[in-house]
Ligand binder design. Sequence first.
Ligand code: ADP
Ligand code: MG
Length: 708
Amino acid sequence: MNQNMKAQILHLPIYQNKQEILNLIKNPEISVLIIMGETGCGKTTQVPKILYENFPLDNQMICITQPRRIAAISISERVAEEMDSKIGDLVGYSVRFKEKMSKRTKIKFVTDGMLVRECILDKKLSKYKYIILDEIHERSIHTDILMMICKDLIINKKRNDLKLIIMSATLDPKKFMEYFNTEALIKIQGRKFPIKVYNISEEKEENIYNNKNNITIEKKIENDYYDLISKYIDRCLNCILQIILSQNEQDKTGDILVFLPGQEDIEDLQELLKSKKEEINSLLPNGNNIEYKVLPLFGSLPSNLQLKIFRPIKNKKGKNIRKIILSTNIAETSLTIKNIKYIIDSGFFKMRKFYHKLNIDTLKVTKISKNSALQRAGRAGRESAGICYRLYTQEEYNNFLDQNEPEILRINLRNICLQLFSIGYNNFNEINFIDKPPLDNFNNAFEDLISLGALDKESKNITSLGRKMAILPMDPIYSLILINSLDNKYRQVFDDIVAIISVLQSDNIFYNPNNLREKIEKIRERFLDPISDHLSLRNIFMEYKRTVNREKFCKENFLNDKALAKSMEIYKQIKEYLEKIFYDEFNKKNSETQIEEKIEEIDNYLNEMKNKEKNEDKNELIINCLLSGYFNNIAKYSNDNFFETVKGNQLCKIHPTSVLIKKPKLGKQYGYVIFNEMIITSKKYLKCCTLITQQQADKFISKNKKFI
Ligand code: ADP
Ligand code: MG
């Protein structure tokens, strides 16, 4: 690190409070310290350094949590650089499926989920002398759980030497001070660079975002959901154009970060910006060309592509070109992306909410909170002054909630319950969460876990199967299906099951431009199984895996190569996990699946067709193995192509993306369907479905009845 950078860092506002931090840490009476300070004041990068440089660690470490992987990885890299060290040496990180650590690592960045997972093996988190929980205002479920665990360790004197530091830019400290029974609060004043914030105003909207250049936006397919989206995509596009077409000198440099709710919106806008490039350039005088590169950023993007946003993009002449980053709220907190000057905030995000009584998990486009708006703006103004355009009025802003509902109150607790049980927190009446979910929600999760065989019905203790399930980092439904696929009965379909679950963990692998729909249907026909989306996904993934030129394969078949690459990543990682956890069982099976893979390579597609009968047996095995975990995700044919869920009694349609849509009569004929998830947009839909017969369903429902 050069001297200039060093001097810059020492000017960060947090250094005015350095002595205060040191005094409070030194004070043996104080175990919990709260640090508040504006975005960019230096909390995340400097607090761990200040601790490291001023206190001996003996053989312990400093651990800093982040709610998101991308933050944990990118910030640890920055801190390593600031400390003139290589990542994985003094400073390291550990996130799901990825780690850069060594024996010398002293400062460790982790996702909050990873640290909860570490508790399963080491309840007291004894490796760490300092635990820093960052961005606690986000109230992610794992951060809430870590607050509960750390409080238990400190208050109940299970750890006498642990110091807990909780940090955020935006929080009401009172609630946290009461929860931790601490007075130790440090408020850091000021930020280094200003951010100018503009809201749209009803009457001035025409002027500010007026589409002066007559660039047209194609109308999306008819759907009320799309009406809402096209409104904000439209506004985002106009705002981007305003910036990049501006003739003001000060607008000619600086990258743009746009916040949109989801992957689809991002891909839509990316497509629009790409298709309009020529049109945009034709508007410029003297054949001037604007160079820009659009980079998407969302959770299911493979991590190497996510990290691309941090690197400069050069043109052929080696000059930096302007980046337009289109992101979900994964870039909302923590990150410093160099050279970001403009923030465009659509005002929306996708919120997951689980309705316990109905057993429905929903993902809904929702207005953000004031807190989120502040964090989004705070991604600018980190290395120089910034500008934030909020695509909503001041009045709309005033009506935003102060903060989002804490995750623990709104998501399915199945996963978390299993983890808490395996750490040793069995009595949910006694667990002291900062916001306690209603006991009913826990009971719902218990019921699920008993049905899955993870908890014993009588003793309510975790079973040995439950312990195995807790180790796999995914929803227990998938863990169970995977563990079952190691069974002799399902041995020959083990690979297919891992494939299906990898694709389900990734995201939408289909690329469906509206105008080519018919053509695409024809092209993809050979992959599709008439009664099963799961089997169709398997077919596609297996062919992708066999293919050498994967990019070409995806292009030809209108598949999303990023999503498939991500599935491939997960596929390998799941196999590695299973190998580690179930070494003996796995090895026995793996050697056979390897042989099977070889045979598969030799067999061509025609041969497979000849073996159709054998394939059908195999397919039935796959479906049965899936059924062993999808115990709640089953619906019975009702009428008019509606299905009624067995748990929750919800009437749903099959999602338009399903293969089942093409042959609606089959639904009635088979009688039942299993589904991966239910989503609510304008209607209730079942997504990713497989038809099953009454006979299959009965066997499965009665098998689970004894638990429910
Ligand atoms: P806070 O956590 O208080 O929001 P950080 O510790 O993340 O702040 O960052 C403090 C400042 O350090 C930023 O405003 C920026 O000036 C600088 N900084 C942090 N990370 C980077 C990075 N990757 N590249 C350049 N500057 C950075
Ligand atoms: Mg921070």
